[in-house]
Design a protein around this ligand. Structure first.
Ligand code: GUN
Length: 282
């Protein structure tokens, strides 16, 4: 039996139209959610991501301003700009696109953003609240993955979720969110021995290591839910970490790349910015 393909692109449109209505309601109350995005340098992929964020914001009627800096900007200059945006009442969410140039310390920048405006969910306060299952801004890609599975009607409680990859951006937090949903969570990473033995036990397999086609049908259990978080370029073509053709014949649900997890990430950023605006005006 072939897997049901979960198109994040379609779900994202559905959620964005709900968010658009929410923005209209807030506008009616005199609240105008606004995101500020900072980008440093001229990496084409990062530039394309931030333009996507700005366009998606505008499409739901939300303001998003873009602060573009040359890679020669100093760390104190950047920290000053963040402080200015922290104090700017009209700005509800702040996002500094990663990665940053080598002379700027990522963690210092992440910690400079006010937790009330941390729509990326990367601040240690946001992470700590997520760990202890308190309300907070959840990191966008992990949150998008959970929403995708929930909206597809996939039961998470009691299921064995295996996470392939332990990055701070995706692997680690998605495991935590699954644990918060009462799944049983196992992490596999580059030092894991006999990872295939573990991935084959997964009811839910999240693949986030950034290597094309590392997971194929022989690595999964029949009927598993497989979420592909990979973003790889092979011969100029965007592909995931999962061998789509073989896995779709054995899995129960599978996300494609492109049109899978990617569009959900931006959607959750819009969601967080609207939440930030609501909280500040409460
Ligand atoms: N770079 C790649 N993904 C992300 C993200 O979700 N947020 C930020 N700030 N930078 C990124």
């Amino acid at each position: 039996m072939a897997a049901e393909i979960i198109y994040g692109s379609e779900l994202a449109q559905e959620i964005r139209s709900e968010l658009k209505s929410e923005v209209e309601t807030l506008n009616g109350q005199g609240i105008h959610p606004k995101l500020s995005v900072i980008i440093i340098g001229d990496d084409p992929a990062s530039k394309s991501y931030v333009r996507g964020k700005q366009k998606a914001s505008n499409k739901i009627g939300m303001d998003a301003d873009l602060w573009e800096y040359d890679s020669t900007i100093t760390e104190p200059e950047l920290l000053n700009k963040i402080e200015e945006l922290n104090n700017e009442k009209s700005v509800h969410g702040i996002l500094v696109q990663l990665p940053l140039p080598e002379h700027i310390e990522d963690q210092k920048v992440i910690e400079a953003i006010s937790p009330e405006k941390d729509v990326d969910g990367f601040h240690p306060i946001s992470i700590g609240k997520m760990m202890t299952n308190q309300e907070t801004f959840l990191p966008c890609t992990p949150h998008g993955i959970i929403v995708m599975m929930e909206r597809a009607g996939i039961e998470l409680e009691g299921k064995h979720a295996v996470i392939l990859g332990r990055s701070n951006l995706v692997g680690k937090p998605v495991g935590q969110l699954l644990l918060n949903k009462n799944a049983t969570v196992t992490y596999c990473h580059s030092k894991t021995e006999d990872a295939q033995n573990i991935t084959k036990q997964a009811d839910i397999l999240i693949v986030a290591i950034g290597k094309p086609s590392v997971i194929s049908a022989e690595d999964i259990k029949s009927g598993a839910v497989v979420i592909d978080v990979g973003v790889n370029r092979v011969d100029g073509k965007l592909t995931g970490d999962v061998d789509f053709e073989s896995v779709k014949e054995k899995a129960s649900y599978l996300t494609p790349v492109p049109k899978g997890v990617g569009p959900m990430t931006i959607t959750m950023l819009l969601h967080n910015t609207i939440e930030a605006a609501k909280r500040i005006h409460q």
